[in-house]
Every structure is written in C-alpha cells, then in structure tokens.
Write a protein that binds this ligand. Sequence first.
Ligand code: ZN
Length: 87
Amino acid sequence: SVSCSFFLSSYHNHFKPTRYCKHPLFSSRSKYEHSSPWPAFIETLREDSVTKHMETLSAFKVLCGKCGNGLGHEFINDGPEEGQSRF
Ligand SMILES: [Zn+2]
C-alpha cells in the first residue's frame, strides 16, 4: 500500500504538503499507468481513507482522512475504464 508520507515525500512538488504522516491511502493494486508524472490510482484503500471536497463538477480536492494532508484531486470518469476515477 502507499502511505501519504511516501506519496508526499516522493512527489513533493506536485502536492505541496504542509505536514507529513504515515496513513495508508491507496493500495498498489489500484495503481495504474497514466501519462502524468505522479502515480495514478483508481480508488482509495477504504472509503474513509481520504476526505473529499467538491471543487468542480468533475473534480474533488482530496485530503488524508486522518491528518488532513492535501493529496491532490479525484477526477471523476477519468480512470482507465468507463465510470472509474483517477486519483
Ligand atoms: Zn495522513
């Protein structure tokens, strides 16, 4: 699984973290190849792994559900298959 500390320390420039933590957020099983330079995932480890705030009709701002670290976005219907999300 991928914790937000791994996520944030490896992709610091993209996520601009304000804090670091070690909460599990994504399973490596949900990871997939995407053209963007940071890792892409279809879903979070658990429903409550993250907190989401609607930013636009097709994107949520995604925060660590435990400590509130900013993790980027969920893009609706932008995953590898129809109806899937991209994190
Ligand atoms: Zn966290």
